[in-house]
Design a protein around this ligand. Structure first.
Ligand code: MG
Ligand code: MG
Length: 271
């Protein structure tokens, strides 16, 4: 069942989404060559704690998972698509990192993810991430009253496929509300004009996942959580929580642009 949110509830969800945005900004700022994924986990925990928010990730155990998720962020490196568990792994020059984070504040959830490179980026990763962001933007653009879930799915999938990337099947976006995962599912590929009609007050997490190698296959790593590409190529995952309103899509997890600083210096692509 899909719960429509009041404007007041959407404002409350925006507050939760802002905490997620702040956590992701802080993680991105802290991420650098030599920094461990567990250090990034601590950065995110501090932001959530400071905002009085809790984590919908911590202890989360969907049916496919062998153990409760042990962290407040997913940190997925290189061929990991989503659900990476933060470990002592230290980021290396040229790594591609996807970070997913959620927050619960005053009983409402937010969910968002970013992909970025560390150190000197590979040109192929820059293109992959840029395409992921375009797919997300296309999905959000289709998230308007009167359109259907299939229009969002088609918008996302078209951008990914046109660029030659794979799209893992069976994982995608979802409704968001008092819980992080609600109905309806929002697939990353689909037929336009199909599926549930979008109405004012629906709140959706839209989250393209792209596989650089162009194939769709993936598998769970031995930890039972991390999903890795079958072809070993790199993956990107970006996500926003978006409210569908009569005034157009409203991004509830929007982030401040990164300020210029030591962690945000321009970097030249590696050959
Ligand atoms: Mg997420
Ligand atoms: Mg999500």
């Amino acid at each position: 069942m899909v719960e429509l949110k009041t404007d007041t509830s959407i404002d409350a969800m925006h507050a939760a989404g802002q905490v997620v945005g702040q956590a992701l900004t802080a993680v991105r700022r802290a991420a650098d060559v030599g920094v461990s994924l567990l250090e990034l986990e601590r950065v995110a925990r501090e932001v959530l704690k400071g905002a009085g928010a809790s984590s919908p990730f911590l202890g989360y155990r969907p049916s496919f998972a062998p153990t409760p998720f042990p962290a407040v962020i997913c940190a997925s490196v290189n061929d990991a698509i989503v659900h990476g568990i933060p470990t002592t792994y230290r980021l290396r020059d040229g790594d591609l990192l996807s970070v997913d984070c959620g927050a619960e504040l005053d009983g409402w959830a937010g969910d968002s993810a970013i992909s970025f490179t560390v150190g000197r980026p590979r040109a192929s990763d820059v293109r992959l991430i840029e395409t992921a962001e375009r797919a997300l933007a296309a999905g959000i653009e289709a998230a308007v009253v009167g359109c259907r879930i299939g229009d969002i799915a088609h918008a996302i999938g078209s951008v990914c496929r046109a660029a030659g990337y794979g799209v893992p099947q069976g994982f995608g976006g979802h409704g968001v509300g008092r819980r992080m995962h609600e109905d309806p599912p929002v697939p990353n590929e689909g037929r336009p004009g199909r599926g549930m009609r979008l109405r004012h007050g629906m709140v959706l997490a839209i989250e393209p996942m792209l596989i650089a190698g162009g194939t769709d296959g993936f598998h769970a790593a031995p930890d039972g959580w991390t999903l890795r590409t079958d072809d070993g190529s790199r993956a990107a995952h970006v996500e926003h929580t978006v409210a569908i309103t009569d005034g157009g899509p409203r991004i509830l997890t929007a982030r401040q642009p990164l300020q210029e600083g030591p962690g945000a210096a321009p970097r030249s692509p590696a050959p």
